[in-house]
Design a protein around this ligand. Structure first.
Ligand SMILES: Nc1ncnc2c1ncn2[C@@H]1O[C@H](COP(=O)(O)OP(=O)(O)O)[C@@H](O)[C@H]1O
Ligand SMILES: Nc1ccn([C@H]2C[C@H](O)[C@@H](COP(=O)(O)OP(=O)(O)O)O2)c(=O)n1
Ligand SMILES: [Mg+2]
Length: 253
């Protein structure tokens, strides 16, 4: 199997008190404040300008798998900035920009907008934010997306979440989403599922091969799923602390 099996499953198996509450007790109410900028610093250089080294997490999964729902919870708990590629594209449509009509048609047909357009929107959003940790939701949706991002940004994401959900459940959720979205209909969702399998699964497989993928079972209540997400972020701290300690040791020599 090519999925990365995280060694964190023990952490989520018994949830009384919940892992979230255990972490709150350990770090205080606003968990993300425990993850200082220093914790997240990696190599020299930066994403968009010198000295800037944000943490980036890609959030993947089929339509209706719960990406947006879980991103909201991650933001509340860990202080990430949520950048939904779909939201950025929908904003282009409602602002009547030069690409608006093309984006609308592409989304209606369940296809993928050219990478150049989407990467530019994501970069603009990162650059206009002061934050140093980003959840990039619904991107990359194809190898073309992935390669374009890496070419422009010059780095890979720190890790990738994949919400694994059966098709039947995804269809049910999309058709009940009730947000007035032009693509939340049976014909578009069928095409989106086809596109997901053909174009997005190879990206997921790619990150699995790189050891960056965290596969999350997306069946259950929103809170149950979030309990599965938590250890992925909790694991950031010791790892990055180790890096900092190593750096300090080198500097002190
Ligand atoms: N665990 C869950 N169980 C049932 N419904 C869910 C769950 N998580 C999210 N939903 C609902 O399913 C729909 C799709 O969720 P959303 O977060 O928009 O998914 P995505 O961003 O992956 O398309 C929304 O109406 C949301 O409220
Ligand atoms: N990287 C991306 C992300 C979204 N899009 C387009 C095509 C997608 O079907 C729509 C909607 O994306 P969005 O992430 O909002 O959809 P879901 O939350 O998975 O239902 O936007 C894209 O073309 N390229
Ligand atoms: Mg979404």
């Amino acid at each position: 199997m090519w999925w990365r099996v995280t060694s964190l499953s023990q952490l989520v198996s018994s949830s009384k008190p919940s892992l979230l509450n255990q972490m709150r007790a350990a770090y205080g109410l606003k968990l993300w404040q425990a993850f200082s900028t220093e914790d997240f610093k990696r190599a020299e250089g930066g994403l968009c300008h010198p000295g800037r080294t944000p943490v980036t997490t890609f959030v993947l999964g089929g339509p209706g798998s719960g990406k947006g729902t879980q991103c909201t919870k991650i933001v509340e708990t860990f202080g990430f900035t949520h950048l939904s590629a779909g939201d950025l594209l929908r904003k282009e449509i409602s602002s009547n920009t030069e690409n608006g009509a093309m984006i609308l048609n592409t989304i209606k047909e369940g296809k993928i907008v050219p990478s150049e357009v989407t990467v530019k929107l994501i970069l603009k959003a990162i650059e206009s934010s002061e934050n140093d940790r980003f959840l990039i939701d619904g991107f990359p949706r194809s190898e073309e997306n992935r390669v374009a991002y890496e070419r422009v940004v010059g780095t890979e994401p720190d890790f990738v979440l994949f919400f694994d959900c059966p098709e039947e459940e995804m269809v049910k959720r999309v058709l009940n989403r009730n947000q007035g979205r032009i693509d939340d209909n049976i014909d578009t969702v069928k095409e989106r599922l086809r596109v997901f399998t053909a174009l997005n699964l190879p990206v997921i497989k790619y990150y699995s091969g790189k050891g960056k993928l965290y596969k999350i079972d997306a069946i259950g209540t929103e809170d149950e799923i979030f309990e599965r997400v938590l250890p992925v972020f909790a694991a950031l701290r010791p790892k990055t602390c180790n890096n900092i300690l190593q750096k300090q040791a080198i500097n002190e020599k």
